[in-house]
Design a protein around this ligand. Structure first.
Ligand code: ADP
Ligand code: MG
Length: 648
């Protein structure tokens, strides 16, 4: 018993030390500035003792908290919600009603407010992930209005124009003598802590597999789907969390204000929160803080306009808020923070320090003849969870009678494709003959009208892409698509999404040892895969700094991160230089030697001849020949239709 306790204590201590070590590695000037700002903010009440000012500052911080919540939905999940004020309102009125009508304790009432806002988030989120973005914006905007109408419709329940009074209350346990009155100063400190925690959570989650997968599916949806990212599920959970954070902000702010005023939760609040995120920089952890500071301008400017026109300032606030949104849209997605970054980059480029210059050097694609890294060997030989690697000596893939019609065009007319384990299978044919369509049917992004797909003994004909990827059937896209906002290594890590076991939101957020160990292992694997494709130097760069062909190699590395048993490559060599072709031959050779099968769609027939064990020829959606490269190059029909007199 004592021993067990001691060992678990030791494990915990070890984990804390590791986390500390990693935190130290992440620490830089920016983090120091943020930490110093937070400490200074926490100390302010010792300088400013005026409760009215403290209350105003606390309520501003609760707005920041809600804005961070909106950033989870808009920035991280990519759901343009114009109705998050509704979740703030749910939190606020739940607390107000429970405190006044039912006499609940503040902490319990707050919890209830958060839970109900979460329920509302589930309902709205379930719709939001299914609809197109513009529709989501409109629908959430309608919800923002709906809440106002509802609050106004029941003055008896929600207090009408006077609002509901909320008593100050206390926090803590009376029997232990630990009771804190919820004064403005206490609220302010609570708000500082919560904002800090929410910012940290955003920062951690956006760099965890969770955030990487969401970023990839936001910026490169097809590529993310092709490696099995389940965008809807991630978006849904993120959206629900964001609603809960807004509910928390509302639940606390209403207790600080002392009254729940229905008019304070109108569409203007939603617009302001959205504007704060947009203005600061969508998806940037500190964006909502900077943006919310910008919001403080609204009443100032409105007052000025009011004085000029001789009317109340409140009349101008919606107009000023809307102008801020427009201004933010003009600045672009990066917002103020993005703008300052680009200014800094421009100033930096003028300075003759080598940092920028070294970023531009070529990545050195000379084939790297180093031995295959151990990780890479392990990657390719690791047993699968859900299907045994040695599925007999029979074919790995048996696709039969695949048919696909696009309107009047029969793009594929009963195509068969058989691939053995470890085989390189060339798929050739003129443009428009249906090669990409065949790969899409196999990858699951298109459903066949007819036919059957057996893979490693499983019938995958009706399976979604993610199930096919888990079974080891992975396709790279013909067009190069990487997520521009993620570094090269992160793009590869996204490829490993389907293999994650500890990449869930809660584990990522709480940085459990398993989640951190897995993240570290996957970074290592990504580096091994990048070195396989000769791009280990590029791990820290962004895709835009690489050439198109280098980006395609990154895509291949990302596909390999999912541990393929059969890799479907769609014209990987397009536009490659000689050195890159050599590298590609090397990569495919290594995949084969590790038992990975490859279907290679290629126009470069020399490459096909060099690599392929067997070749299938498509013409106008029909298979016209199948055999070894030698047999194909002698086939009269193929020579006439496709190869021409020069042959293969
Ligand atoms: P390949 O990859 O061999 O060049 P594809 O498989 O891309 O050929 O296309 C085969 C045929 O199907 C072409 O005529 C193409 O125009 C048509 N096609 C492909 N995808 C679609 C689609 N989504 N909708 C309509 N037609 C399509
Ligand atoms: Mg094609």
């Amino acid at each position: 018993m004592i021993n067990a306790l001691r060992s678990s204590f030791f494990q915990l201590w070890q984990a804390v030390r590791e986390a500390g070590g990693e935190a130290r590695k992440e620490w830089n000037r920016k983090t120091s500035v943020v930490a110093a700002a937070l400490v200074a903010a926490a100390l302010l009440p010792f300088v400013i003792r005026d409760p009215v000012r403290l209350a105003a500052m606390g309520s501003a911080l609760y707005t920041v908290l809600a804005a961070v919540g909106v950033n989870f939905a808009v920035g991280m999940a990519g759901i343009p919600s114009l109705g998050h004020g509704a979740f703030v309102a749910v939190g606020a009125f739940t607390v107000a009603l429970l405190r006044t009508e039912a006499g609940w304790d503040p902490s319990l009432a707050t919890l209830a407010g958060v839970v109900l806002a979460g329920v509302a988030g589930v309902l709205v989120g379930a719709g939001a992930i299914r609809l197109a973005r513009p529709i989501v914006a409109i629908a959430t905007w309608v919800i923002a209005w709906l809440v106002t109408f509802t609050l106004a419709a029941f003055p008896g329940l929600f207090g009408g124009l006077q609002g509901l009074p909320v008593p100050e209350g206390t926090l803590g346990i009376g029997s232990v003598g630990l009771v804190v009155r919820l004064t403005p100063g206490v609220h302010y400190e609570v708000a500082v802590v919560l904002v800090a925690a929410a910012l940290a959570a955003f920062f951690v989650l956006s760099r965890a597999p969770w955030g990487l997968a969401l970023a990839a599916s936001r910026d490169a949806p097809a590529a993310a789907a092709s490696v099995g990212v389940e965008q809807g599920r991630l978006q849904f959970h993120t959206f629900t969390g964001s609603a809960m954070l807004c509910g928390l902000a509302g639940a606390l702010a209403v207790q600080l204000a002392g009254v729940a005023d229905p008019t304070a939760y109108g569409p203007l609040l939603s617009v302001e929160l959205f504007a704060a995120v947009l203005l600061g920089g969508v998806g940037r952890p500190l964006g909502p803080v900077v943006g919310a500071a910008g919001l403080l301008l609204i009443p100032r400017v409105a007052q000025g306009l009011g004085a000029i026109a001789g009317l109340e300032a409140e009349r101008f606030e919606p107009a000023v808020a809307s102008l801020l949104v427009v201004a933010a849209l003009v600045i672009g997605r990066g917002g103020i923070l993005g703008w300052t970054d680009s200014v800094r980059a421009r100033l930096g480029r003028r300075r003759p320090d080598g940092a920028e210059a070294s970023r531009r050097t070529p990545t050195g694609l000379e084939p790297n003849q180093d031995a295959v890294p151990d990780t890479w060997r392990r990657i390719l030989t690791e047993p699968r969870l859900n299907s045994s690697r040695a599925a007999g000596r029979g074919p790995l893939l048996q696709a039969t009678g695949l048919q696909k019609r696009f309107g009047g065009l029969l793009a594929l007319d009963g195509a068969d494709l058989h691939v053995a384990p470890g085989e390189v299978h060339g798929l050739i044919g003129p443009n428009g003959s249906g090669k990409t369509t065949l790969l899409r049917l196999l990858g699951g992004t298109l459903r066949a009208d007819n036919g059957r797909i057996l893979f490693a003994g499983h019938d995958l004909t009706e399976s979604p892409t993610s199930a096919r990827i888990r079974a080891g059937l992975i396709r790279t896209l013909q067009r190069v698509t990487l997520c521009p906002s993620l570094r090269v290594r992160e793009n590869v890590v996204v490829g490993a999404t389907t293999r994650r076991r500890y990449g869930g939101g809660v584990r990522s957020l709480t940085l459990t040892p398993l989640a951190r160990a897995e993240a570290k292992a996957m970074d290592g694997e990504a580096d091994a895969l990048l070195s396989l494709v000769g791009l280990e130097e590029a791990a820290e760069r962004y895709p835009r700094e690489l050439s198109g062909t280098e980006q395609r190699l990154v895509m291949v590395a990302a596909a390999c991160a999912a541990f393929p048993r059969l890799l479907l490559l769609d014209e990987p060599s397009a536009g490659m230089s000689h050195a890159e072709l050599v590298r590609l031959v090397d990569i495919i050779g290594q995949l084969r030697s590790e038992g990975v099968a490859v279907v290679l769609v290629e126009h470069n027939l020399r490459l096909v001849r060099l690599l392929a064990d067997r070749v299938t020829v498509l013409d106008a959606g029909r298979i016209v020949a199948e055999g070894t490269p030698d047999e194909i190059s002698r086939d009269q029909a193929v020579v006439q239709a496709y190869l021409g007199p020069r042959g293969m």
